[in-house]
Design a protein. Structure first.
Length: 437
């Protein structure tokens, strides 16, 4: 998952879990659901051992061999469940690739989405699984997102053991570049989008918001913008004159202040300048984001640049905000001009009725299993993630059904193993009920 969410601190997660796990007695609806719960319970040890194995294989996004090695570990697991596994070569988009597992079936077509890569490259000190105590295991990707993959495998395994897997068509897409998507993005996300077009329902295995009482019905987009200002340069003593005008620095200041004063305000719309630079010489780089500059106080800066992100909840908000930003950019100060360029990255996942329908099904499963109600995460706290590429192509989408923990993207990342039963039982029974619809 990408930055933008606020993970619960470990202490508050533990308190939440303590209150959560004993909310009400379990009441699986029928014998099949009871059987699923038993299979999940019986399979925990073996699946946690698999998680440890996966975590101990470094799969930083740019460690292409490591990501493929994780895929090699997972392939036989899916094949044993009757899935046909293919590996999408990532060379065309400069990444390791994706694992796609498909399994035909009678009912609705469910797409499960996760990722094999982590933010921890081989040179990072945080490399190994470490069992802190019976409940907590630390490790790179323990929750984000290898834990999610294991929850899906365990739920599918329970359905297979209960002879219920044929009631659904299932496609599993596990990306090898979620944390740092390949380029061109359209190529890197092509297979997921095609799989979503063929599916009815999309389920994300992220550990969103790390709170078992919530799931994700909406995610904000993650897009970019760059403002480039050009102005007249001269000796500084002539700034403000009719001939020289305001200079690039003031013009950029005006534009950023205009964004803050005139564009800011709508709920779920944020735009952050990650870099601003102005001087006589400006050497700007978009990837990795940087600028080298030099100048003199007695020279009016002819160049100014700002780069930032823009996050919205819907495509309409995105277009309207871009229009407002363009309007601000166009109102140039004397003897200056500016242009703004927008880049698409992760689209928004709007909070549709279909997504809320799937949440209510999941909430029903959770209550019946004795795990209490589930509500939607505030999209302000849900970063961008791959499900956003699928959400527009399916009837219902929901994310955050993976293993929970905390400290994602930090050397303190941990998985709370008590959520293994909660998340795996809920996913297994949800899939079973979807197979009966
Ligand atoms: Zn993730």
């Amino acid at each position: 998952m990408r930055p933008g969410f606020r993970p619960l601190a470990r202490a508050s997660l533990i308190i939440a879990l303590a209150a959560f796990t004993s909310s009400s007695p379990a009441a699986p609806r029928d014998a099949k659901e009871k059987a699923l719960v038993q299979h999940v319970t019986a399979g925990e040890k073996a699946h946690i051992e698999l998680l440890e194995q996966l975590v101990n294989v470094n799969s930083g996004t740019m460690n292409l061999a490591g990501v493929r090695q994780v895929g090699d570990l997972l392939r036989p697991r899916f094949e044993a469940l009757g899935f046909k596994v293919t590996w999408v070569d990532g060379t065309p988009f400069k990444r390791a690739g994706h694992l796609i597992a498909t399994r035909p079936g009678r009912g609705q077509h469910v797409l499960l989405i996760g990722h094999m890569d982590t933010v921890f490259e081989p040179n990072h000190p945080f490399q190994r699984w470490q069992r802190v105590d019976e409940n907590i295991a630390r490790g790179p990707g323990a929750a984000d997102d290898k834990g999610g993959i294991v929850v899906a495998l365990a739920a599918l395994d329970a359905l297979r053991q209960a002879k219920l897997l044929d009631s659904l068509q299932i496609t599993v897409v596990l990306h090898g570049d979620e944390e740092d998507s390949g380029a061109p993005l359209a190529l890197a996300r092509h297979d997921l989008i095609e799989a979503a077009k063929a599916a009815d329902i999309a389920i994300g295995l992220e550990n969103a918001a790390d709170n078992p009482k919530t799931a994700v019905t909406a995610r904000r987009s993650s897009t970019g913008w760059v403002v480039k200002v050009t102005a007249k340069s001269s000796h500084s003593s002539q700034i403000f004159s009719d001939n020289v005008g305001a200079g690039a620095a003031y013009e950029l200041g005006r534009i950023l202040n205009g964004f803050y004063q005139e564009v800011r305000g709508e709920e779920f719309v944020t735009f952050n300048p990650g870099l601003i630079a102005s001087s006589t010489q400006v050497d700007f780089k978009g990837q990795p984001l940087s600028a080298t500059l030099s100048g003199k106080n007695n020279i009016v800066a002819p160049t100014a640049i700002a780069s930032g992100d823009l996050r919205t909840l819907t495509v309409q908000q995105l277009e309207e905000t871009r229009a407002k930003m363009r309007k601000v950019v166009a109102a140039s100060l004397p003897q200056t001009s500016a242009e703004i360029e927008f880049t698409d990255n992760y689209p928004p996942m709007a909070p549709t009725e279909g997504n809320r329908k799937l949440l209510s099904l999941y909430d029903g499963v959770s209550k019946d299993l004795g795990f209490g109600p589930v509500t939607e995460v505030n999209p302000r706290n849900a970063g961008a993630a791959d499900i956003s590429f699928a959400a527009d192509h399916v009837d219902m989408a929901l994310d955050g059904l993976g293993l929970l923990g905390g400290g994602a993207h930090t050397p303190d990342e941990f998985a709370d193993l008590r959520t293994y039963q909660i998340q795996t039982q809920r996913l297994a029974v949800l899939l079973y009920r979807l197979g009966r619809r």
